[in-house]
Design a protein around this ligand. Structure first.
Ligand SMILES: Cc1cc2nc3c(=O)[nH]c(=O)nc-3n(C[C@H](O)[C@H](O)[C@H](O)COP(=O)(O)O)c2cc1C
Length: 151
């Protein structure tokens, strides 16, 4: 199973989490393409059978600048990803209230519009509660890996 892993980050946490996730998924036997910086061409070239996105939130619920070109291009080119299982790990801070994890949520909604299939409900990691998101993500990741391998 070919899995593409992308990230969008301001300060590096989401990038680091995606790197760690790539190692964990590869160790579990998945064929991982860690696409960095996120790029539509690279995603399509990877011919992914599954997609994982790790993305933080900045501003007032906005996507990090680093992943904006990917998001805009995905919206413009609109390559259908029909039935492709995906998961999103959103990084945010609940002290921002309504905009908590909105960056990840925007990507999630766009992937759904492209007809990809959410394999597992989005994981929302709260920077006001944890300083080790890569550890907190492990149970979710293991479930995600299991779903890809079994279904
Ligand atoms: C200027 C700024 C604005 C932020 N805005 C939001 C926000 O609107 N919603 C949210 O959930 N988190 C927000 N955050 C929190 C970050 O998303 C969170 O700290 C995240 O772990 C950062 O990950 P990164 O290192 O990958 O950028 C903001 C952080 C900063 C510094």
């Amino acid at each position: 199973m070919r899995l593409a892993i992308l990230s969008g980050s301001v300060f590096g946490t989401a990038d680091f989490l995606a790197d760690e996730a790539a190692e964990r998924c590869a160790a579990a036997g998945l064929q991982v393409s860690r696409i960095k910086p996120a790029s539509v061409d690279a995603l399509l070239a990877a011919d992914a059978q599954a997609i994982l996105v790790c993305c933080s939130t900045t501003g007032m619920g906005e996507l990090p600048d680093a992943i904006m070109p990917f998001y805009s291009e995905l919206q413009t080119r609109f390559p259908l990803l029909t039935g492709i299982p995906f998961g999103v790990i959103g990084l945010g801070d609940s002290s921002y209230g309504d905009t908590f994890c909105q960056g990840g949520e925007q990507l999630r909604e766009l992937l759904l519009e492209l007809q990809a299939r959410e394999a597992l409900p989005m994981l929302r990691l709260d920077a006001s509660e944890t300083v080790t998101p890569e550890v907190d993500a492990e149970p979710w990741l293991d479930e995600f890996i299991g779903l890809l391998q079994n279904g």
